[in-house]
Unconditional design. Structure first.
Length: 248
């Protein structure tokens, strides 16, 4: 599955792909015109919009795209009241077919109550929306730290070679934050330098996130030690890391 990135606003990514049998799909089109420009430039139409959650910077392109292409809108069932005009309500744990591809819906509350991630198992692809970023995770607008920690642990259980398409380019700031809480990590400086030299760090690999993303490592003894929280529960450690990032 060849996935293209369409940058919008300051740091959002919309994703586009074509299924083997020719369906054209975008994920989280937070703006219409840049997506239309991309599709026209590349000679594509649009059949399906997929959504991870209801925030404006993920859905604001829907009206313009629907008007132009008469495409379907698929999104999380728990956000039916907040994403207009959905044709298909995506349920947690269910599998859906998109032409020659299929994906599983993983409910990941924390950033929003109804947030979902879309896992294309055969393609090794995860669209993680605003739940997991490279070296980071989404802010807790509608959930508790426990909600988000459980969501991230669910994602952490996916295979190492999963390719993660997250919806924002926040990696450079996330890497700086990581260094601020675990400056003694032997690889943090090298990774920080490498990221600084890259304009685009998406997609990322889940193996990389499992190894380094502090928000996936609240139960890692080394990180706990760096934080002076060796005897604390993973839930408390996660909440502390999230709190530190909110004030970073
Ligand atoms: Zn969001």
């Amino acid at each position: 599955m060849k996935i293209s990135l369409i940058p919008i606003y300051e740091d959002n990514y919309v994703f586009h792909f074509i299924t083997d049998d020719g369906l054209s799909v975008v994920v989280d089109p937070g703006d219409g015109q840049p997506v239309i420009d991309y599709l026209e430039t590349n000679g594509h139409s649009l059949q399906v919009i997929l959504h991870t959650h209801h925030h404006w910077d993920h859905i604001n392109g829907d009206d313009a795209l629907r008007e132009k292409y008469n495409c379907e809108i698929w999104g999380p069932e728990f956000e039916i009241m907040r994403i207009p005009n959905m044709d298909v309500l995506l349920e947690d744990g269910q599998n859906y077919t998109l032409g020659s591809h299929s994906f599983k819906v993983i409910h990941t509350p924390g950033h929003t109550r109804g947030h979902i991630c879309l896992y294309f198992e055969k393609d090794n692809v995860l669209f993680s929306g605003d739940t997991m970023f490279s070296l980071g995770c989404g802010r807790l607008f509608e959930g508790t730290p426990d909600d988000m920690w459980n969501s991230l642990k669910t994602l952490r259980n996916l295979p190492d070679d999963t390719i993660v398409y997250c919806a924002h380019e926040y990696t450079a700031t996330n890497a700086k934050f990581w260094k601020s809480i675990e400056s003694n990590h032997p690889e943090v400086d090298d990774i920080l330098e490498k990221i600084k030299s890259q304009k685009c760090t998406v997609p990322t690999k889940l193996s990389f996130e499992k190894a380094y993303n502090p928000f996936l490592r609240a139960d890692d003894p080394k990180l706990k030690q760096a934080l002076g929280m060796v005897d604390e529960t993973e839930e408390k450690v996660f909440a502390h890391i999230r709190h530190l990032k909110d004030n970073f």
